[in-house]
Ligand binder design. Sequence first.
Ligand code: CA
Length: 520
Amino acid sequence: MKNLVRLSVILCVALGAAFAAAPRAPNIVFIFSDDHAYQAISAYGDSRRLLETPNLDRLAKTGVRFDRCLVPNSICGPSRAVVLTGKYNHLNGFVNNSNSRFDGSQVTFPKLLQKVGYQTAVVGKWHLISDPTGFDFWQVLPGQGLYYNPPMIRMGEQVKTSGYVTDIVTDLSLEWLRKRDKSKPFLLMSQHKAPHREWAPALRHLGADKDRVYPEPETLFDDYANRGIAVRDQDMTLEKTFTPRDAKLEAPPNMTAEQRKAWDAYYEPRNAKFQAANLSGKDLVRWRYQRYMHDYTGTVRAVDESVGRLLDYLEQEGIADNTIVVYSSDQGFFLGEHGWFDKRWIFEESARTPLLVRWPGVSRAGSVSKDIVSNLDFAQTFLDAAGVAAPVDMQGRSLRPVLAGQRPADWRTSFYYQYFEWPRPHHVRPHYGVITDRYKLVHFFGTADDYWELYDREKDPMELRNVLADPAYAKTKVELEQELARLRRELKVPERIPPEWLGNVGGGEGKAKKKSAKAP
Ligand code: CA
Protein backbone atom coordinates (compact mmCIF):
# COMPACT_ATOMS: atom_id res chain seq x y z
CA MET A 1 0.00 0.00 0.00
CA LYS A 2 2.81 2.32 1.04
CA ASN A 3 4.54 1.62 -2.26
CA LEU A 4 1.36 2.32 -4.16
CA VAL A 5 0.98 5.71 -2.45
CA ARG A 6 4.61 6.51 -3.19
CA LEU A 7 4.14 5.54 -6.84
CA SER A 8 1.04 7.73 -7.06
CA VAL A 9 2.92 10.69 -5.65
CA ILE A 10 5.76 10.20 -8.13
CA LEU A 11 3.28 9.92 -10.99
CA CYS A 12 1.43 13.06 -9.92
CA VAL A 13 4.64 15.06 -9.67
CA ALA A 14 5.76 13.79 -13.07
CA LEU A 15 2.41 14.60 -14.67
CA GLY A 16 2.34 18.03 -13.03
CA ALA A 17 5.77 18.79 -14.47
CA ALA A 18 4.64 17.65 -17.90
CA PHE A 19 1.60 19.98 -17.80
CA ALA A 20 3.67 22.88 -16.53
CA ALA A 21 6.16 22.38 -19.34
CA ALA A 22 3.49 22.12 -22.05
CA PRO A 23 2.57 25.40 -23.75
CA ARG A 24 -0.86 26.71 -22.78
CA ALA A 25 -3.59 25.57 -25.12
CA PRO A 26 -4.30 28.44 -27.53
CA ASN A 27 -7.55 30.36 -27.50
CA ILE A 28 -9.61 30.32 -30.68
CA VAL A 29 -11.52 33.26 -32.12
CA PHE A 30 -13.51 32.07 -35.12
CA ILE A 31 -15.10 34.94 -37.04
CA PHE A 32 -17.57 33.66 -39.58
CA SER A 33 -19.67 35.72 -41.94
CA ASP A 34 -22.49 34.73 -44.26
CA ASP A 35 -22.08 34.94 -48.04
CA HIS A 36 -18.87 36.98 -47.96
CA ALA A 37 -17.20 36.78 -51.37
CA TYR A 38 -13.40 36.85 -51.48
CA GLN A 39 -13.86 39.46 -54.22
CA ALA A 40 -14.98 41.84 -51.46
CA ILE A 41 -11.84 41.61 -49.27
CA SER A 42 -9.09 43.95 -50.40
CA ALA A 43 -6.37 41.53 -49.23
CA TYR A 44 -7.53 39.19 -52.02
CA GLY A 45 -6.76 41.85 -54.60
CA ASP A 46 -9.87 41.62 -56.81
CA SER A 47 -9.26 43.68 -59.94
CA ARG A 48 -12.47 45.65 -59.32
CA ARG A 49 -11.17 46.95 -55.98
CA LEU A 50 -14.71 46.90 -54.65
CA LEU A 51 -13.73 48.27 -51.22
CA GLU A 52 -10.92 48.52 -48.70
CA THR A 53 -11.08 46.14 -45.74
CA PRO A 54 -8.21 47.37 -43.53
CA ASN A 55 -8.92 45.06 -40.61
CA LEU A 56 -9.28 41.88 -42.65
CA ASP A 57 -6.11 42.94 -44.45
CA ARG A 58 -4.41 43.35 -41.07
CA LEU A 59 -5.30 39.73 -40.30
CA ALA A 60 -4.02 38.64 -43.73
CA LYS A 61 -0.72 40.50 -43.20
CA THR A 62 -0.12 38.84 -39.84
CA GLY A 63 -1.38 35.41 -40.91
CA VAL A 64 -1.99 33.26 -43.97
CA ARG A 65 -4.33 34.07 -46.86
CA PHE A 66 -5.79 30.92 -48.42
CA ASP A 67 -6.59 31.29 -52.10
CA ARG A 68 -8.27 27.92 -52.60
CA CYS A 69 -10.49 27.22 -49.62
CA LEU A 70 -13.36 25.14 -51.03
CA VAL A 71 -16.64 24.24 -49.36
CA PRO A 72 -18.27 20.81 -49.83
CA ASN A 73 -21.74 22.35 -50.38
CA SER A 74 -22.09 26.05 -51.10
CA ILE A 75 -25.09 26.98 -48.99
CA CYS A 76 -25.56 28.34 -45.46
CA GLY A 77 -26.84 25.60 -43.12
CA PRO A 78 -24.99 22.69 -44.74
CA SER A 79 -21.73 24.64 -44.65
CA ARG A 80 -22.13 25.39 -40.94
CA ALA A 81 -22.81 21.71 -40.26
CA VAL A 82 -19.56 20.85 -42.08
CA VAL A 83 -17.61 23.29 -39.90
CA LEU A 84 -18.96 21.86 -36.64
CA THR A 85 -18.63 18.17 -37.53
CA GLY A 86 -15.69 18.02 -39.94
CA LYS A 87 -17.89 15.82 -42.14
CA TYR A 88 -19.70 16.05 -45.45
CA ASN A 89 -23.45 16.67 -45.35
CA HIS A 90 -24.38 13.14 -46.40
CA LEU A 91 -22.86 12.03 -43.07
CA ASN A 92 -23.75 14.93 -40.74
CA GLY A 93 -27.35 14.91 -41.98
CA PHE A 94 -27.78 18.62 -42.78
CA VAL A 95 -28.01 18.41 -46.56
CA ASN A 96 -30.08 21.46 -47.53
CA ASN A 97 -31.75 24.59 -46.15
CA SER A 98 -35.27 23.42 -46.99
CA ASN A 99 -35.98 20.50 -44.67
CA SER A 100 -32.78 19.64 -42.78
CA ARG A 101 -32.43 19.94 -39.02
CA PHE A 102 -29.05 19.64 -37.33
CA ASP A 103 -28.76 16.63 -35.03
CA GLY A 104 -27.17 18.36 -32.05
CA SER A 105 -26.43 15.04 -30.34
CA GLN A 106 -23.62 14.23 -32.78
CA VAL A 107 -19.95 14.84 -32.09
CA THR A 108 -18.77 18.39 -32.86
CA PHE A 109 -15.43 20.07 -32.27
CA PRO A 110 -16.80 22.56 -29.65
CA LYS A 111 -18.00 19.60 -27.56
CA LEU A 112 -14.57 17.99 -27.72
CA LEU A 113 -12.92 21.27 -26.75
CA GLN A 114 -15.32 21.61 -23.81
CA LYS A 115 -14.22 18.19 -22.60
CA VAL A 116 -10.61 19.29 -22.29
CA GLY A 117 -11.48 22.44 -20.39
CA TYR A 118 -12.21 25.05 -23.04
CA GLN A 119 -14.92 27.64 -22.43
CA THR A 120 -17.06 27.80 -25.52
CA ALA A 121 -19.49 30.37 -26.93
CA VAL A 122 -21.35 31.04 -30.16
CA VAL A 123 -22.90 34.40 -30.92
CA GLY A 124 -24.92 35.52 -33.97
CA LYS A 125 -25.93 33.55 -37.05
CA TRP A 126 -26.58 29.87 -36.42
CA HIS A 127 -29.12 28.68 -39.00
CA LEU A 128 -29.13 24.99 -38.06
CA ILE A 129 -32.77 24.94 -36.79
CA SER A 130 -32.07 22.94 -33.59
CA ASP A 131 -30.59 24.74 -30.56
CA PRO A 132 -26.79 24.96 -30.31
CA THR A 133 -25.09 22.21 -28.30
CA GLY A 134 -21.51 22.13 -27.05
CA PHE A 135 -21.49 25.77 -25.96
CA ASP A 136 -21.30 27.19 -22.42
CA PHE A 137 -22.95 30.31 -23.79
CA TRP A 138 -24.99 30.93 -26.90
CA GLN A 139 -27.03 33.82 -28.21
CA VAL A 140 -28.14 33.35 -31.78
CA LEU A 141 -30.38 34.83 -34.43
CA PRO A 142 -33.46 32.76 -35.20
CA GLY A 143 -33.43 31.61 -38.86
CA GLN A 144 -31.79 34.10 -41.18
CA GLY A 145 -31.99 36.93 -38.63
CA LEU A 146 -32.78 40.60 -39.26
CA TYR A 147 -30.35 43.43 -39.98
CA TYR A 148 -32.06 45.93 -37.67
CA ASN A 149 -33.07 45.37 -34.02
CA PRO A 150 -32.97 41.59 -34.48
CA PRO A 151 -34.77 39.33 -32.01
CA MET A 152 -32.32 36.75 -30.63
CA ILE A 153 -32.40 33.58 -28.57
CA ARG A 154 -30.10 33.50 -25.55
CA MET A 155 -29.68 30.04 -24.02
CA GLY A 156 -33.24 29.15 -25.06
CA GLU A 157 -34.85 32.47 -24.08
CA GLN A 158 -36.12 35.04 -26.58
CA VAL A 159 -34.46 38.42 -26.10
CA LYS A 160 -34.88 41.81 -27.75
CA THR A 161 -31.99 43.85 -29.10
CA SER A 162 -31.68 47.29 -30.57
CA GLY A 163 -29.25 48.45 -33.18
CA TYR A 164 -27.48 47.01 -36.20
CA VAL A 165 -26.94 43.26 -36.27
CA THR A 166 -23.18 43.25 -36.98
CA ASP A 167 -22.54 45.66 -34.10
CA ILE A 168 -24.75 43.61 -31.78
CA VAL A 169 -22.89 40.38 -32.60
CA THR A 170 -19.58 42.15 -31.99
CA ASP A 171 -20.74 43.72 -28.70
CA LEU A 172 -21.99 40.36 -27.43
CA SER A 173 -18.74 38.68 -28.46
CA LEU A 174 -16.66 41.26 -26.59
CA GLU A 175 -18.93 41.14 -23.56
CA TRP A 176 -18.50 37.37 -23.34
CA LEU A 177 -14.74 37.69 -23.73
CA ARG A 178 -14.55 40.25 -20.91
CA LYS A 179 -16.60 38.08 -18.56
CA ARG A 180 -14.88 34.79 -19.35
CA ASP A 181 -12.95 32.72 -16.79
CA LYS A 182 -9.42 33.89 -17.53
CA SER A 183 -7.85 30.75 -16.11
CA LYS A 184 -9.17 28.66 -19.01
CA PRO A 185 -8.60 28.64 -22.77
CA PHE A 186 -11.61 29.61 -24.88
CA LEU A 187 -13.38 29.10 -28.18
CA LEU A 188 -15.48 32.03 -29.41
CA MET A 189 -17.50 31.63 -32.60
CA SER A 190 -18.55 35.15 -33.61
CA GLN A 191 -20.90 34.64 -36.53
CA HIS A 192 -22.37 37.43 -38.63
CA LYS A 193 -25.56 37.64 -40.63
CA ALA A 194 -23.83 40.08 -42.97
CA PRO A 195 -23.29 40.30 -45.85
CA HIS A 196 -26.30 38.03 -46.52
CA ARG A 197 -29.22 39.13 -48.69
CA GLU A 198 -30.93 41.66 -48.43
CA TRP A 199 -27.59 43.43 -47.92
CA ALA A 200 -28.80 46.21 -45.61
CA PRO A 201 -25.83 48.36 -44.52
CA ALA A 202 -25.44 50.12 -41.18
CA LEU A 203 -26.74 53.71 -41.31
CA ARG A 204 -23.20 55.05 -40.84
CA HIS A 205 -22.11 53.26 -44.01
CA LEU A 206 -24.83 54.56 -46.32
CA GLY A 207 -22.99 56.48 -49.01
CA ALA A 208 -19.58 55.39 -47.69
CA ASP A 209 -18.61 54.74 -51.31
CA LYS A 210 -19.36 58.38 -52.23
CA ASP A 211 -21.51 57.27 -55.17
CA ARG A 212 -18.55 55.74 -56.98
CA VAL A 213 -19.17 53.72 -60.12
CA TYR A 214 -18.09 50.09 -59.56
CA PRO A 215 -16.31 48.33 -62.41
CA GLU A 216 -18.54 45.63 -63.88
CA PRO A 217 -17.44 41.99 -64.00
CA GLU A 218 -16.59 40.78 -67.51
CA THR A 219 -19.44 38.25 -67.38
CA LEU A 220 -22.22 40.59 -66.21
CA PHE A 221 -24.04 39.88 -69.48
CA ASP A 222 -23.14 36.21 -69.80
CA ASP A 223 -25.25 34.62 -72.57
CA TYR A 224 -24.84 31.13 -71.03
CA ALA A 225 -23.74 29.68 -74.37
CA ASN A 226 -21.51 26.56 -74.44
CA ARG A 227 -23.07 25.17 -71.27
CA GLY A 228 -26.05 22.97 -70.35
CA ILE A 229 -29.55 23.83 -69.25
CA ALA A 230 -28.70 24.17 -65.55
CA VAL A 231 -26.74 27.36 -66.12
CA ARG A 232 -29.38 28.83 -68.43
CA ASP A 233 -32.36 27.84 -66.32
CA GLN A 234 -31.32 29.13 -62.86
CA ASP A 235 -33.17 31.89 -61.02
CA MET A 236 -30.51 34.15 -59.52
CA THR A 237 -29.95 36.95 -61.98
CA LEU A 238 -29.84 40.67 -61.42
CA GLU A 239 -32.05 40.84 -64.50
CA LYS A 240 -34.92 38.57 -63.42
CA THR A 241 -34.58 37.60 -59.78
CA PHE A 242 -33.56 40.86 -58.06
CA THR A 243 -36.51 42.12 -55.99
CA PRO A 244 -37.55 45.70 -55.05
CA ARG A 245 -36.30 44.94 -51.53
CA ASP A 246 -32.96 43.73 -52.90
CA ALA A 247 -32.79 47.03 -54.80
CA LYS A 248 -33.72 49.05 -51.64
CA LEU A 249 -36.78 50.42 -53.40
CA GLU A 250 -38.31 48.97 -50.23
CA ALA A 251 -36.63 49.50 -46.85
CA PRO A 252 -35.57 46.47 -44.77
CA PRO A 253 -38.00 45.35 -42.05
CA ASN A 254 -38.05 46.15 -38.35
CA MET A 255 -36.41 49.58 -38.28
CA THR A 256 -37.31 52.21 -35.68
CA ALA A 257 -38.79 55.49 -36.93
CA GLU A 258 -35.48 57.20 -36.28
CA GLN A 259 -33.47 54.55 -38.17
CA ARG A 260 -35.97 54.69 -41.03
CA LYS A 261 -35.59 58.46 -41.29
CA ALA A 262 -31.83 58.19 -41.73
CA TRP A 263 -32.30 55.30 -44.17
CA ASP A 264 -34.77 57.23 -46.30
CA ALA A 265 -32.57 60.32 -46.30
CA TYR A 266 -29.99 58.33 -48.22
CA TYR A 267 -32.15 56.15 -50.47
CA GLU A 268 -35.17 58.31 -51.31
CA PRO A 269 -33.49 60.93 -53.51
CA ARG A 270 -31.48 58.24 -55.31
CA ASN A 271 -34.55 56.07 -55.79
CA ALA A 272 -36.51 59.02 -57.15
CA LYS A 273 -33.78 59.63 -59.69
CA PHE A 274 -33.86 55.95 -60.65
CA GLN A 275 -37.67 55.93 -61.08
CA ALA A 276 -37.51 59.06 -63.24
CA ALA A 277 -34.89 57.47 -65.50
CA ASN A 278 -37.30 54.60 -66.35
CA LEU A 279 -34.47 52.20 -67.17
CA SER A 280 -34.87 48.88 -68.97
CA GLY A 281 -32.78 46.06 -70.46
CA LYS A 282 -29.03 46.27 -69.91
CA ASP A 283 -29.30 49.75 -68.37
CA LEU A 284 -31.56 48.38 -65.66
CA VAL A 285 -29.16 45.49 -64.96
CA ARG A 286 -26.30 47.98 -64.77
CA TRP A 287 -28.19 50.15 -62.28
CA ARG A 288 -29.04 47.11 -60.17
CA TYR A 289 -25.42 45.99 -60.18
CA GLN A 290 -24.32 49.41 -58.89
CA ARG A 291 -26.97 49.42 -56.17
CA TYR A 292 -26.08 45.83 -55.24
CA MET A 293 -22.40 46.70 -54.89
CA HIS A 294 -23.12 49.78 -52.76
CA ASP A 295 -25.26 47.76 -50.38
CA TYR A 296 -23.16 44.59 -50.31
CA THR A 297 -19.89 46.40 -49.68
CA GLY A 298 -21.72 48.59 -47.15
CA THR A 299 -22.53 45.53 -45.04
CA VAL A 300 -18.95 44.27 -45.39
CA ARG A 301 -17.64 47.56 -43.96
CA ALA A 302 -19.31 46.78 -40.61
CA VAL A 303 -17.96 43.20 -40.66
CA ASP A 304 -14.47 44.60 -41.24
CA GLU A 305 -14.87 46.98 -38.28
CA SER A 306 -15.98 44.01 -36.17
CA VAL A 307 -12.79 42.13 -37.03
CA GLY A 308 -10.79 45.21 -36.02
CA ARG A 309 -12.55 45.48 -32.66
CA LEU A 310 -11.90 41.81 -31.86
CA LEU A 311 -8.23 42.03 -32.91
CA ASP A 312 -7.82 45.19 -30.81
CA TYR A 313 -9.32 43.45 -27.77
CA LEU A 314 -6.91 40.50 -28.07
CA GLU A 315 -3.99 42.92 -28.20
CA GLN A 316 -5.19 45.09 -25.31
CA GLU A 317 -5.83 41.99 -23.22
CA GLY A 318 -2.31 40.71 -23.95
CA ILE A 319 -3.57 37.39 -25.38
CA ALA A 320 -3.03 37.98 -29.12
CA ASP A 321 0.12 35.85 -29.06
CA ASN A 322 -1.77 32.84 -27.71
CA THR A 323 -4.96 33.17 -29.72
CA ILE A 324 -5.72 31.63 -33.10
CA VAL A 325 -7.83 34.00 -35.19
CA VAL A 326 -9.73 32.65 -38.18
CA TYR A 327 -11.85 34.65 -40.59
CA SER A 328 -14.02 32.82 -43.09
CA SER A 329 -17.46 32.75 -44.63
CA ASP A 330 -19.93 29.89 -45.07
CA GLN A 331 -19.31 30.06 -48.83
CA GLY A 332 -18.42 32.42 -51.61
CA PHE A 333 -20.88 34.58 -53.55
CA PHE A 334 -21.47 35.93 -57.02
CA LEU A 335 -21.02 39.68 -57.20
CA GLY A 336 -22.50 40.09 -60.67
CA GLU A 337 -20.37 37.40 -62.35
CA HIS A 338 -22.55 35.55 -64.89
CA GLY A 339 -25.19 38.22 -64.13
CA TRP A 340 -25.79 36.54 -60.76
CA PHE A 341 -26.06 37.04 -57.05
CA ASP A 342 -26.29 34.04 -54.63
CA LYS A 343 -24.10 30.91 -54.50
CA ARG A 344 -24.86 27.10 -54.69
CA TRP A 345 -22.77 26.27 -57.77
CA ILE A 346 -19.54 24.35 -58.05
CA PHE A 347 -18.23 27.39 -59.93
CA GLU A 348 -15.34 29.26 -58.38
CA GLU A 349 -17.00 32.40 -56.96
CA SER A 350 -19.45 30.17 -55.08
CA ALA A 351 -17.47 27.07 -54.03
CA ARG A 352 -14.41 29.06 -52.97
CA THR A 353 -14.69 30.92 -49.68
CA PRO A 354 -12.30 33.43 -48.09
CA LEU A 355 -10.00 32.10 -45.36
CA LEU A 356 -7.53 34.12 -43.30
CA VAL A 357 -5.77 32.40 -40.39
CA ARG A 358 -3.33 33.69 -37.78
CA TRP A 359 -1.95 31.01 -35.49
CA PRO A 360 0.87 32.60 -33.46
CA GLY A 361 4.00 30.47 -33.53
CA VAL A 362 2.69 28.35 -36.41
CA SER A 363 1.45 30.45 -39.34
CA ARG A 364 3.91 32.34 -41.50
CA ALA A 365 2.95 36.02 -41.37
CA GLY A 366 1.84 37.53 -44.65
CA SER A 367 2.05 34.32 -46.65
CA VAL A 368 -0.35 33.01 -49.28
CA SER A 369 -1.39 29.38 -49.73
CA LYS A 370 -2.72 28.06 -53.02
CA ASP A 371 -3.24 24.57 -51.62
CA ILE A 372 -6.70 23.06 -51.73
CA VAL A 373 -8.05 23.43 -48.21
CA SER A 374 -11.61 23.41 -46.94
CA ASN A 375 -13.91 24.40 -44.10
CA LEU A 376 -14.03 20.62 -43.64
CA ASP A 377 -10.53 21.05 -42.14
CA PHE A 378 -11.49 23.59 -39.45
CA ALA A 379 -12.65 21.08 -36.81
CA GLN A 380 -9.47 19.01 -37.02
CA THR A 381 -7.32 22.14 -37.03
CA PHE A 382 -8.88 23.38 -33.80
CA LEU A 383 -8.67 19.95 -32.17
CA ASP A 384 -5.01 19.74 -33.18
CA ALA A 385 -4.38 23.14 -31.59
CA ALA A 386 -5.96 21.93 -28.35
CA GLY A 387 -3.96 18.71 -28.38
CA VAL A 388 -7.09 16.58 -28.86
CA ALA A 389 -7.00 13.56 -31.16
CA ALA A 390 -9.69 14.00 -33.83
CA PRO A 391 -12.35 11.28 -34.15
CA VAL A 392 -11.36 8.91 -36.94
CA ASP A 393 -14.59 9.54 -38.89
CA MET A 394 -13.88 13.25 -39.38
CA GLN A 395 -13.08 13.85 -43.05
CA GLY A 396 -10.79 16.86 -43.08
CA ARG A 397 -7.22 17.39 -41.97
CA SER A 398 -5.43 19.80 -39.65
CA LEU A 399 -4.17 22.88 -41.49
CA ARG A 400 -1.18 23.20 -39.16
CA PRO A 401 1.52 22.09 -41.64
CA VAL A 402 0.02 24.14 -44.48
CA LEU A 403 -0.11 27.21 -42.22
CA ALA A 404 3.57 26.70 -41.48
CA GLY A 405 4.31 26.58 -45.21
CA GLN A 406 5.13 22.86 -45.05
CA ARG A 407 2.55 21.17 -47.22
CA PRO A 408 2.70 17.40 -46.61
CA ALA A 409 3.53 15.37 -49.74
CA ASP A 410 0.17 13.62 -49.50
CA TRP A 411 -1.94 16.78 -49.13
CA ARG A 412 -5.15 16.63 -51.21
CA THR A 413 -4.95 17.63 -54.87
CA SER A 414 -8.64 17.07 -55.59
CA PHE A 415 -11.87 17.93 -53.82
CA TYR A 416 -15.39 16.50 -53.85
CA TYR A 417 -18.31 18.93 -54.19
CA GLN A 418 -22.06 18.32 -53.84
CA TYR A 419 -25.25 20.42 -53.92
CA PHE A 420 -28.82 19.17 -53.43
CA GLU A 421 -31.44 21.89 -52.90
CA TRP A 422 -33.96 21.88 -55.72
CA PRO A 423 -35.95 23.49 -57.23
CA ARG A 424 -36.47 26.46 -54.92
CA PRO A 425 -35.36 29.02 -54.05
CA HIS A 426 -32.99 29.60 -56.96
CA HIS A 427 -33.66 26.76 -59.34
CA VAL A 428 -30.12 25.40 -59.36
CA ARG A 429 -30.09 21.75 -60.41
CA PRO A 430 -28.53 19.29 -57.95
CA HIS A 431 -24.98 18.46 -58.93
CA TYR A 432 -21.77 16.95 -57.69
CA GLY A 433 -18.28 16.85 -59.04
CA VAL A 434 -14.55 16.84 -58.59
CA ILE A 435 -12.43 19.97 -58.40
CA THR A 436 -8.69 19.95 -59.01
CA ASP A 437 -6.12 22.69 -59.34
CA ARG A 438 -7.07 23.05 -63.01
CA TYR A 439 -10.31 21.17 -63.80
CA LYS A 440 -13.88 20.66 -62.70
CA LEU A 441 -15.91 17.63 -63.76
CA VAL A 442 -19.58 18.10 -62.88
CA HIS A 443 -22.59 15.79 -62.97
CA PHE A 444 -26.05 17.40 -62.90
CA PHE A 445 -28.45 14.79 -61.55
CA GLY A 446 -31.84 14.32 -59.92
CA THR A 447 -33.93 15.94 -62.65
CA ALA A 448 -34.93 14.96 -66.16
CA ASP A 449 -31.79 16.79 -67.32
CA ASP A 450 -29.05 14.37 -66.33
CA TYR A 451 -25.71 15.31 -67.88
CA TRP A 452 -22.03 16.06 -67.31
CA GLU A 453 -19.77 19.08 -67.90
CA LEU A 454 -16.03 19.65 -67.85
CA TYR A 455 -14.27 22.97 -67.27
CA ASP A 456 -10.62 23.86 -67.77
CA ARG A 457 -9.89 26.81 -65.49
CA GLU A 458 -6.40 27.26 -66.87
CA LYS A 459 -7.72 28.07 -70.35
CA ASP A 460 -11.11 29.28 -69.22
CA PRO A 461 -10.77 30.94 -65.78
CA MET A 462 -14.29 32.36 -65.87
CA GLU A 463 -15.79 28.89 -66.53
CA LEU A 464 -17.68 29.77 -69.69
CA ARG A 465 -16.99 26.69 -71.84
CA ASN A 466 -17.98 23.09 -71.25
CA VAL A 467 -15.27 21.04 -72.98
CA LEU A 468 -16.61 17.58 -72.14
CA ALA A 469 -17.12 16.64 -75.80
CA ASP A 470 -13.78 18.08 -76.96
CA PRO A 471 -11.55 15.10 -78.01
CA ALA A 472 -8.51 16.96 -76.66
CA TYR A 473 -9.89 16.35 -73.15
CA ALA A 474 -10.76 12.65 -73.56
CA LYS A 475 -7.87 11.45 -71.38
CA THR A 476 -8.44 14.15 -68.76
CA LYS A 477 -12.11 13.22 -68.61
CA VAL A 478 -11.33 9.57 -67.85
CA GLU A 479 -8.79 10.56 -65.18
CA LEU A 480 -11.27 12.90 -63.53
CA GLU A 481 -14.01 10.26 -63.63
CA GLN A 482 -11.69 7.84 -61.85
CA GLU A 483 -10.73 10.44 -59.27
CA LEU A 484 -14.37 11.33 -58.68
CA ALA A 485 -15.23 7.66 -58.12
CA ARG A 486 -12.29 7.33 -55.71
CA LEU A 487 -13.38 10.38 -53.72
CA ARG A 488 -16.98 9.16 -53.53
CA ARG A 489 -15.81 5.84 -52.12
CA GLU A 490 -13.40 7.43 -49.68
CA LEU A 491 -16.01 9.92 -48.46
CA LYS A 492 -18.76 7.29 -48.20
CA VAL A 493 -21.14 9.06 -50.57
CA PRO A 494 -24.31 6.97 -51.00
CA GLU A 495 -25.02 5.63 -54.49
CA ARG A 496 -28.62 6.74 -54.34
CA ILE A 497 -29.62 10.10 -52.96
CA PRO A 498 -32.81 9.98 -50.81
CA PRO A 499 -35.44 12.16 -52.54
CA GLU A 500 -35.94 14.37 -49.47
CA TRP A 501 -32.35 15.54 -49.76
CA LEU A 502 -33.39 17.51 -52.81
CA GLY A 503 -35.41 19.65 -50.42
CA ASN A 504 -38.59 20.69 -52.13
CA VAL A 505 -39.82 17.31 -53.31
CA GLY A 506 -43.56 17.11 -53.71
CA GLY A 507 -43.74 20.40 -55.56
CA GLY A 508 -42.69 21.51 -59.01
CA GLU A 509 -39.92 19.64 -60.73
CA GLY A 510 -38.99 17.72 -57.61
CA LYS A 511 -42.23 15.73 -57.83
CA ALA A 512 -41.25 13.61 -60.79
CA LYS A 513 -38.22 12.40 -58.86
CA LYS A 514 -40.00 11.34 -55.70
CA LYS A 515 -38.97 7.69 -55.85
CA SER A 516 -35.24 8.15 -55.89
CA ALA A 517 -32.67 10.27 -57.57
CA LYS A 518 -29.95 8.10 -58.96
CA ALA A 519 -26.54 9.60 -58.59
CA PRO A 520 -24.13 7.04 -59.99
CA1 CA B 1 -24.41 31.68 -46.60
